[in-house]
Ligand binder design. Structure first.
Ligand code: ATP
Ligand code: MG
Length: 750
């Protein structure tokens, strides 16, 4: 009798099923976009667990992004239930590296509480080292050293392993030496950069046979998605870990290798069969994701690449629209037209989460963010760095928010002891108690308590000073110069000084961000307007359950799929990117083309390409040519749209406006157009946040429940008799000490 098909395997085609059921031994699944590689990997993982082959903690599953890891966990969870929670080793290479290092980092000189440096911190440290060697930074750009070091790390090379001739590429042969010094500095700081997260794991496993054997025994099964984008260090790590049980399954597509610039080696795919004895290879050819037109267009495009393994793809889906190419006037127009198309689809009940805007470069997102804010279309920036969420930015915003709005007690609480001024938790708890019992703001509670003896010494002085400072800043806010105000606050509060005195590697970056915050305030006319803008941006960032359109880079979109995909900025120099052509020549062009292929193949139903006639790029307004990739698309699958906005909507005013713009910031301010939003939230929030200067009269305190002559008990001062009433303040004659002023909420009748 034919074996029963477990429900999770239903619907798989024969080669997919073969891949799922080939559990033991090395397996490579090599197949094009949308053929179900990720689905196979997930099902296979569930199958292994369903067959009781091992415990969830004995599977190592590597995904390319945290989002992909969460998705895989979700999908496996639906098949195997809560056991998925014990899949400790499911995550990105970096997340796995972090876990290994937290446990065994001491073997390579890291304590378990080490910090991870981002690339800004990394560059800053490298600059320090370059300077300390009196190397001419103009001649030898520290960034070059940074990329050499990254390159070595990506190849799994510690300083001593770098071939001598390669160290010659920087500062007359000092490259290797500087790399070694950089590693030493990292260890002194108890820090690791991103490359270290893999390199140090590799090193510690290579040098410590016991630990290595331990992990090799532990990982019964290893599964890797997006295998084409592993670098050599990652490959070596996988190979080492797989040596125990030899059960490794990698899935990938050479046409989607887009991280060559970061050291990824498509060659790892070709090495697989050589390195793993008896490896089986499964190919998948049926595409389940996209329409014929999307498949045809992307397939035709990628054929222009010389170096590829080549593969056949077909689909059973019929019908569907051709992909469109849309010429528009400029970036603003592009955002406007896409905004309209998004709203159209919204009206046709397409969920926003099924749409994505995929950009080549990070700067492109801004125009869309601003446009969607104006339209009130919820959107999310996936994987992008959210400026306003950085701790130092939120600190300064908290000062400003509290100045603008004395009722904003959350803001006051955030900064009440930042920088440290001796107002500890005990004091803050007292303030909360007062504000609760007397139903007043935290600031008002502060005002009331400093008139009493409840606080003493440093806490009392500091709180007095802070509240006075805030009053003064609030007065200054009346001048309506919000930028000067922010500068005053950062200086007078000691906030900037705190970072200037901070010796940690990221302090400099925080100061730079504070400078950037000042620049970000420029387009706004006053503090209230600026804060409203921030509130909208932040709200958008936080409410994650809501249906939102996705804005992300092409790189970040790998492995994902959406019904509708918008592809703006298909112009020469932007895409293919000038930088990658200059730095990597024909190889760079092929990688850019693969990126275009990744972009198109994210779409299930619709793909819309845009290019502009005028683009602000690298500090100038340019008149770019349409991307060569557009002309490489097979005509049968493409429909060229009438120029939108170019001749129709764009007014001469729009024309000159684009050219008179002084810089990116100014353009941004023009894009931000609250006037169009009518009765939209902006008005509501504006009337809610009091204008600077309109300081509300302090609330009159509720009358005290005590009267003169009452005997009371106070936690700190003991028993006493009330001798004077002053609102919520009492003067009490304490038995164990003299008379003191206290808050009535801190005494009980006795
Ligand atoms: P990419 O290369 O973009 O990462 P992929 O090969 O990993 O793509 P998946 O994301 O696994 O492809 O699958 C693409 C889509 O096809 C998904 O929506 C998936 O659920 C669906 N799919 C895969 N296999 C089948 C099948 N046998 N029957 C129906 N739908 C399928
Ligand atoms: Mg996939």
């Amino acid at each position: 009798a034919a074996p029963l098909t477990p429900p999770y395997m239903e619907g798989l085609n024969p080669p997919q099923r073969e891949a799922v059921e080939t559990i033991d031994g090395p397996l490579l699944v090599l197949a094009g976009a949308g053929t179900g590689k990720t689905r196979v990997l997930t099902t296979r993982l569930a199958h292994i667990l369903a067959m009781n082959k091992c415990f969830p903690g004995q599977i190592l599953a590597v995904t390319f992004t945290n989002k992909a890891a969460a998705e895989m966990k979700d999908r496996v969870g639906r098949i195997i239930g809560s056991a998925v929670e014990s899949m400790y080793w499911l995550g990105t290479f970096h997340a796995i590296g972090v876990k290994i290092l937290r446990q065994h980092g001491h073997l390579v000189g890291l304590e378990s509480n080490y910090t991870i440096l981002d690339s800004d911190d990394q560059l800053r440290l490298i600059k320090q080292i370059v300077r300390s060697h009196d190397i001419d930074e103009k001649r030898w750009n520290p960034k070059l050293l940074a990329s050499l070091i990254d390159g070595w790390k990506n190849r799994g090379l510690m300083p001593s392993q770098v071939p001598d001739q390669e160290g010659q590429d920087y500062a007359d042969g000092q490259g290797k030496l500087l790399y070694a010094e950089y590693q030493n500095r990292l260890r002194t700081l108890n820090a690791a950069d991103f490359g270290d997260l893999i390199l140090l794991c590799l090193t510690l496993l290579q040098n410590n046979p016991d630990v290595r054997a331990d992990y090799q025994r532990r990982f019964r099964y290893i599964l890797v998605d997006e295998y084409q984008d592993t670098n050599v260090a990652q490959y070596l790590l996988l190979r080492l870990l797989a040596q125990g049980h030899q059960n490794i399954c990698c899935v990938g597509d050479d046409d989607q290798s887009i991280y060559g610039w970061r050291g990824a080696e498509v060659g790892n795919i070709l090495r697989f069969e050589k390195d793993f004895d008896g490896a089986q290879v499964v190919r998948l050819e049926q595409n389940y994701r996209s329409t014929v037109h999307i498949l045809g267009a992307s397939g035709g495009l990628i054929e222009a690449n010389q170096s590829r393994l080549g593969k056949t793809l077909w689909t059973e889906t019929e019908g569907g629209d051709k992909i469109t190419v849309n010429p528009v006037w400029d970036g603003r127009e592009e955002a406007r037209v896409i905004g309209e198309m998004v709203e159209d689809r919204q009206r046709q009940k397409q969920p926003l989460s099924e749409m994505a805007i995929l950009v080549r470069a990070g700067f492109q997102t801004r125009e869309f963010e601003e446009r969607f804010l104006t339209l009130g279309v919820p959107h999310r920036i996936v994987g992008g760095f959210r400026f306003y969420e950085r701790a130092e930015i939120r600190d300064v915003l908290a000062y400003l928010r509290h100045i603008a709005n004395p009722n904003d007690s959350l803001a006051l609480e955030r900064i009440i002891n930042v920088p440290k001024r001796g107002i500890g938790d005990a004091t803050v708890n007292k303030l909360h108690a007062i504000s609760r019992s007397q139903n007043c703001t935290l600031a008002e509670a502060g005002r009331r308590i400093i008139d009493t003896d409840e606080l003493r010494g440093k806490a009392k002085n500091s709180l007095t000073r802070l509240l006075d400072d805030i009053d003064r800043w609030r007065d200054q806010a009346k001048d309506n110069d919000h930028i000067a105000l922010a500068e005053t606050v950062m200086e007078e509060s000691g906030y900037s000084e705190m970072w200037r005195l901070d010796k940690s590697p990221d302090a400099q970056g925080k100061l730079e961000n504070l400078g950037e915050l000042i620049r970000a305030m420029e387009p706004f006319t006053d503090l209230a307007e600026f804060l409203e803008h921030i509130a909208l941006v932040m709200e958008n960032a936080h409410n994650d359950q809501q249906d939102k359109i996705n804005i992300m880079t092409l790189h970040g979109a790998k492995g994902l799929e959406f019904d509708t995909v918008f592809l703006p900025g298909w112009e020469e120099e932007l895409f293919p990117s000038k930088k990658s052509l200059e730095e990597q020549g024909p190889k760079g062009l092929e990688e850019e083309r693969r990126l275009a292929y990744v972009g198109l193949t994210r779409a299930r139903k619709e793909a819309h390409i845009f290019h502009v006639a005028s683009r602000y790029l690298y500090g100038n307004y340019t008149s770019p040519l349409p991307s060569r990739f557009i002309s490489e698309l097979p005509a049968d699958h493409v429909e060229i749209q009438q120029s939108q906005g170019m001749y129709g909507q764009a007014t001469p005013g729009g024309f000159s406006e684009s050219f008179s713009g002084g810089g990116a910031t100014q353009k941004w301010s023009q894009g931000y157009d609250p006037g169009q939003s009518g009765s939209y939230q902006l008005d509501r929030s504006r009337s809610k946040s009091p204008r600077a200067g309109a300081r509300p009269a302090s609330k009159t305190a509720a009358p005290s429940a005590f009267k003169v002559g009452d005997r009371v008990f106070h936690d700190k001062f003991g028993y006493g008799i009330v001798i004077l009433l002053d609102g919520n303040k009492l003067e009490v004659d304490f038995e164990m000490s003299s008379s003191r002023k206290v808050m009535d909420s801190f005494v009980k009748p006795a």
